[in-house]
Write a protein of this length. Structure first.
Length: 294
C-alpha cells in the first residue's frame, strides 16, 4: 500500500497536538521508558483524578513504519476526560527494526502498565488494549498469540479487553490475491515483514484465535480499506467457534482515518460503541497475576 504514509500522516496531524488541550483534572506523565533497547520505547500516561479507573493502552497507526505516540495526544486527553487512564505507546519502526519488534514493544508496554498502574490509582485488572490500523493489529495480536506476553508471565487472559479500530486481522496473501496482505505486498507495506508470506501468516491474529481471547470490539469504517470488514466478520466467526464473543461494528460514512477521528467526537457512534464496550468490562475481567520483573 504505497499510499499509506501520506494518509497516515494526514490522520496523525488531525488527531495530534493541534487544537486546545483538554481542560480536565488529573495528571500527565510524559516520555516514560518501558524498555531499554531503543529511544522509541516510551509511553505517555494520562491519569484521571478519580481512583480505581480502567486503563487503555493505545497504539497509533502508521503502517508499522511511521508515526509516534505524540501524534495521538488527543486520544489520551479524551480518555482521561472520560475518566479512564490512557497509556499512549511508541514502538520501534521499520525499516530499522523488522517485525516482531513492534509486537514485542507493545507487550513490554502492556506489562509495564499492568505492573505500575495500581500505584498510580488504577485497577490492574482492567487494562485494555486499543489501537488504530497497524496499532490495532498489534493490540489484537497480543490478545491472540500468547508468545508475546509469556515473556512477562502474562497471557491474553490478563488483557481485560481489546478495541480494534480498522484492524488488519489477516495479513497472509491469498490465493485470489484480493486480501489485505496482497495489498501490502503490492507496495512497501510488507517490508516490515521482510516480504515473507510465512511471517505475515504468523503475524495474523486470525491464525491464533483461542478460548483465551479476551472480550473484543472490532470497528471498521463503511468506506474503510477493502477487506477489513469482511476479515473482521470472519475473525468474529472463528472466535464464536472458540466460544468467545467478538463484537463488530461498521461506522457509517467513515473512511479509514474517519474511524479514529470519530473516537474524539462527542456525538459519534464510534465513541458510543467504545464507551459501551469499556463499561461492559467488569472489575474482575482479568486474573490477579502480576508480570515478571525484568
Amino acid at each position: 500500500m504505497q499510499f499509506l504514509p501520506t494518509m497516515f500522516m494526514a490522520a496523525l496531524a488531525a488527531c495530534g497536538q493541534g487544537g486546545a488541550a483538554a481542560d480536565v483534572a488529573g495528571t500527565v506523565e510524559l516520555d516514560i521508558p518501558f524498555a531499554d533497547v531503543d529511544e522509541l520505547q516510551k509511553l505517555d500516561l494520562y491519569l484521571p483524578e478519580q481512583k480505581n479507573f480502567a486503563t487503555v493502552v493505545f497504539t497509533f497507526g502508521g503502517g508499522w513504519h511511521t508515526g509516534s505516540r505524540k501524534s495521538v495526544t488527543r486520544v489520551g486527553e479524551q480518555m482521561q476526560r472520560l475518566g479512564f487512564g490512557c497509556a499512549l505507546v511508541s514502538h520501534r519502526l521499520s525499516p530499522k527494526d523488522k517485525f516482531p519488534a513492534q509486537a514485542e514493544d507493545l507487550a513490554a508496554a502492556f506489562a509495564w502498565v499492568k505492573t505500575k498502574i495500581e500505584a498510580k490509582g488504577g485497577d490492574p485488572k482492567r487494562v485494555v488494549l486499543m489501537g488504530h490500523s497497524s496499532g490495532a493489529h498489534l493490540s489484537l495480536l497480543l490478545a491472540t498469540d500468547e508468545t508475546y506476553l509469556a515473556k512477562y508471565g502474562l497471557s491474553p487472559k490478563d488483557i481485560a479487553g481489546v478495541v480494534g479500530l480498522s484492524t488488519p486481522v489477516d495479513l497472509e496473501p491469498r490465493d485470489d490475491r484480493r486480501g489485505f496482505g496482497d495489498a501490502l505486498m503490492a507496495g512497501k507495506g510488507a517490508d516490515v515483514f521482510s516480504r515473507d508470506a510465512a511471517i505475515m501468516r504468523a503475524a495474523s491474529p486470525t491464525q491464533h484465535v483461542s478460548e483465551d481471547l479476551p472480550p473484543t470490539l472490532l470497528i471498521v469504517g463503511e468506506r474503510d480499506f477493502p477487506t477489513l470488514e469482511r476479515d473482521a466478520l470472519t475473525f468474529a466467526e472463528k472466535a464464536g467457534k472458540a466460544n468467545r464473543v467478538v463484537t463488530t461494528f461498521v461506522a457509517k460514512g467513515c473512511d479509514h482515518m474517519g474511524v479514529v477521528r470519530s473516537l474524539l467526537e462527542d456525538d459519534s457512534t464510534v465513541r458510543d460503541q467504545v464507551l459501551t464496550f469499556l463499561a461492559s468490562l467488569g472489575k474482575d475481567a482479568t486474573s490477579d497475576r502480576q508480570p515478571k520483573t525484568r
